[in-house]
Ligand binder design. Sequence first.
Ligand code: PLP
Length: 414
Amino acid sequence: MTATTSTPTDFDVRRIRADFPLLARRVHGKPLVYLDNANTSQKPLAVIEAMNTHYREHNANVSRAVHQLGEEATAAYEGTRDKLARFINADSRDELILTSGTTQSTNLVAYSYALPRLQAGDTILTSVMEHHANIVPWQLVAARSGATVKAAPISERGELIVEQYIDLLTPEVKLACVTHVSNVLGTVNPVREIAKACRKRGIPLLVDGSQAVPHRPVDVQALGCDFYAFTGHKMLAPTGTGALWAKAEHLEAMPPFFGGGEMIREVRFSATTFAAPPHKFEAGTPNIAGFVGMSAAIDYYQSLGFEAIQAWEQQLLAYATERLHEIPGLRIIGEAAEKEPVISFLIDGAQATDLATLLDLEGVAVRSGHHCAHPLMQFYGVPATLRASLAFYNTLEEMDAFVAALLKVRRLLR
Ligand code: PLP
């Protein structure tokens, strides 16, 4: 099967691609086929222009100046918080802390929520399929408090074994963590079911939404979790942007993590009092232009609509998976029933890194390595995989080009 024989669709991917200047690039003399979207997405012109306009016309610091520019910059920055709150259906804008990304968000929860509560003998539960950003912060605070980190198992197909996750929710567990979508396997986890089990036992749940937010509508209230962390640069926004959503009751109770300007009510050497959330957690000058860009990224997603995005991405995923199965000796790692468009794989007799290097010479950008998921690699007994991660601006023809390049480089390595 090739792209020309597949079902036509009304998703106007040609028009959409024109919004992404970088997609027109050639790499090593070949048209770029960008399949490293789970690593970081490309940015539409609207995002690039929004940041440009901010620096050209509105640049000032936020929350500090009464002058016109300061008010404009503050309105734009705080406007992104409003937009993000609606985007993930938060109950209130004050439940959204703007961070530099998921890593800062999970570390904030580790040091501000978990550490003050943890005692020797306590447990933090995570899973085998997590990114290091949803493992290492818990290990760091566990080491300081005498707590331990446990990991719920997954099946060979790359699905979380939910019954076992729930069985592990014992009274020692003070925080449960899980990824919404795996960055390596593409697996979509049943977050609502997990959240329900956590609620029943009074255990707060943190969800790593890094790979979900770019692909599906997220409703934190419907999910029923306590914390939801995500990153902007995988969802069309600039690097250095992200957020932590947390239930207001947790944010009220959490002490600040970073101290400095903008997070205080009054500073005295005898005692300092802090601003209310979210500002209590946003010390120092934030990535203002980045969040201006993030606002444009959200607008862009909404102009396309997730229904159309999901339909197209699932078509791409099914087509690419089918075409990859044609390659002798290729094994897909991660065959969950519900997946976002991420395909990890191995080819017999070829190193993932060699394949990725040769694919690059064909203009195809994929990632090879452990994908910041060492425990998952250990589970599968491999040091690395190749990963093609797709976005709504990819085409069926690119999937054909990818498979053709793969067949070519595989021959070279024999
Ligand atoms: N969690 C998942 C599932 C990811 O895929 C990533 C990035 O690859 C992260 C966390 C970390 O995100 P960031 O580096 O933007 O903090």
